[in-house]
Design a protein around this ligand. Structure first.
Ligand SMILES: Cc1ncc(COP(=O)(O)O)c(C=O)c1O
Length: 355
């Protein structure tokens, strides 16, 4: 059958949407990969111990669908009860659960712009409208955010925001949570690199969900584990929506070991925060306009806003950063903070370009 004859059996919402475009995962080695906010340091040594000692025989059985042991470790680490925690296959899966739970054609979502580009894709799948609310020019929250979001059932605040890396005053977020008539999801994928976080809001309000991931600060992007905090009633509802075995047995064991090792998390995130400062200062000296970052990446506009040109130049130098086309985002590149060697190579390449 030729393509012209193909009749689509998809729902019109699926036919009408574009899929998510993930950052490039290059097949060749020897590239300096600073494009998808992975951690340059290895996971906790506790992870290796679990891997070495894991009895493969256990994989014959299904994993615990409720992830109880893992949720207990998360609850103990973050100071709440198991009933306040849900685990998923990466925080993308948590986002999917949230979209399936709270949005449809009658229940729109509001998020800021620019932000994580998966949200509109999940909205597209649900057939729900996305109310994109523009940030102020400096990527701060607009004063009329609540008015603009008023008709939505779900409001997403990404803190620190991606791809910009900046954060917003906790007091403003608390006020939004108190006043918004709907679910507020605070996506805290990068919160471990930030001076503060919104976790307490998940326990203070019954309409707030805070999501986290092991992909960035725990150096486990390849594992696929995310989790979220909320009041018991919200968690109970979301448990109905999640796939039964979304977190495999090995991930539950490794994730618990990594999360229990908070000392290691502190060590690596402190190093990344220090490197972020050095890299930001050096980029400024070259003439980049930097958004003050609280994440493990830097949103940086090269001189003359030539984001695409510098992205392509760096690609030619075997350094991959992320470029987001667009009137505002196109002026920038997003650089993941690497280790000392990677950051040095990046700066050397940029010095070559600008000398
Ligand atoms: C803001 C934000 N939320 C969620 C995610 C998804 O993370 P995970 O790897 O846990 O699915 C990302 C990944 O880049 C992100 O930038």
């Amino acid at each position: 059958m030729s393509y012209e004859q193909y009749k689509s059996y998809f729902r019109s919402a699926i036919d009408g949407m574009s899929g998510y475009t993930p950052g490039e995962q290059p097949k060749v080695m020897n590239l300096i990969k600073l494009n998808t906010n992975e951690n340059p340091y290895p996971p906790s040594p506790e992870v290796l111990k679990v891997l070495k000692e894991y009895d493969a025989e256990r994989l014959r059985l299904y994993p615990d669908p409720l992830c109880d042991k893992l949720r207990d470790v998360i609850a103990e680490t973050y100071g709440c009860e198991r009933e306040n925690v849900i685990a998923g296959n990466g925080s993308d899966d948590i986002l999917t659960i949230i979209f399936r739970s709270f949005t449809d054609s009658q229940h729109p979502v509001a998020c800021l712009e620019p932000t994580y580009s998966l949200y509109p894709v999940l909205a597209g799948i649900q057939g729900c409208n996305v109310n994109k609310i523009q940030f102020n020019e400096d990527f701060s929250l607009p004063d009329d955010l609540l008015e603009k979001a008023a008709s939505s059932n779900l409001l997403i605040i990404t803190r620190p925001n991606a791809p910009t890396g900046n954060t917003f005053p906790l007091a403003d977020i608390r006020r939004i949570c108190a006043e918004f008539d709907g679910i507020v999801l605070i996506d805290e994928a990068y919160a471990d690199f930030s001076d503060d976080n919104c976790l307490e809001l998940a326990f203070e309000f019954n309409n707030v969900i805070v999501s986290r991931t092991v992909s960035k600060s725990y150096s486990l992007a390849g594992l696929r584990l995310g989790f979220a905090f909320a009041c018991r009633e919200l968690i109970e509802g979301m448990m109905k929506v999640k796939d039964s075995y979304s977190v495999d047995a090995l991930t539950q064991a490794i994730g618990a070991a990594a999360i229990a090792d908070q000392q290691y998390l502190q060590q690596t995130s402190t190093k990344i925060r220090a490197s972020r400062q050095v890299l930001s200062d050096e980029l400024r000296k070259i003439g980049f306009d930097i958004v003050e970052s609280q994440a493990n990446f830097i949103f940086a506009a090269p001189p003359h806003g030539e984001g695409e040109k510098i992205f392509k130049f760096l690609r030619g130098e075997n350094i991959i950063v992320r470029y987001f086309p667009g009137e505002i985002t196109g002026k920038y590149i997003r650089i993941t903070v690497g280790n000392d060697e990677q950051n040095k190579a990046l700066l050397e390449a940029l010095h070559r370009f600008y000398s």
